[in-house]
Ligand binder design. Structure first.
Ligand code: ZN
Ligand code: ZN
Length: 151
């Protein structure tokens, strides 16, 4: 059983922490969670000290990555295994993405397909990264972030 990197309680079977409401996302799970209608790890975070967290799989220190200064969300990343989001952070990412979609207007569907294509190249496909980087839209910012945190 994995331990919560934040409060060191046991994680549930789906890698959520019942105590601090954070959640662990295996590689590839995070972009699904952002667009899912039933994401895990949406509770409100308990008050916890800010510190470096250890990967619940390999126990090396994870790298904190800031998702857009505007959002203030920090994702802790183990490049080999996945990412940790504290309680409430996924909601903030999803809200940010939803408002970005509204701002995009009629081209949203095309952007979404573009995002999916970019996400499918997750982790390895340099051409997908280059494609994302060439587009300054908010959707590509999100895709770029997801690809970039595991770079
Ligand atoms: Zn916890
Ligand atoms: Zn790890």
């Amino acid at each position: 059983m994995k331990k919560c990197p934040r409060c060191e309680g046991d994680l549930l079977a789906d890698d959520r922490c019942a105590r601090c409401h954070g959640a662990w996302y295996d590689l590839g799970e995070l972009e699904q969670a952002i667009t899912s209608s039933t994401p895990k790890g949406t509770g409100v975070q308990a008050t916890m000290p800010v510190r470096y967290l250890r990967c619940p799989v390999c126990e090396t220190l994870m790298t904190p990555r800031v998702w857009e200064r505007r959002s203030g969300v920090v994702v802790d990343v183990c490049q080999a295994h996945g990412a940790w989001l504290d309680g409430g952070e996924l909601d903030r990412l999803r809200e940010w993405t939803a408002s970005a979609r509204r701002a995009r207007g009629p081209s949203a569907d095309a952007e979404e397909q573009r995002l999916e294509r970019a996400a499918s190249g997750f982790g390895a496909d340099a051409s997908a990264r280059a494609y994302v980087a060439s587009d300054s839209s908010i959707a590509s910012d999100l895709a770029d972030f997801i690809l970039g945190i595991f770079r």
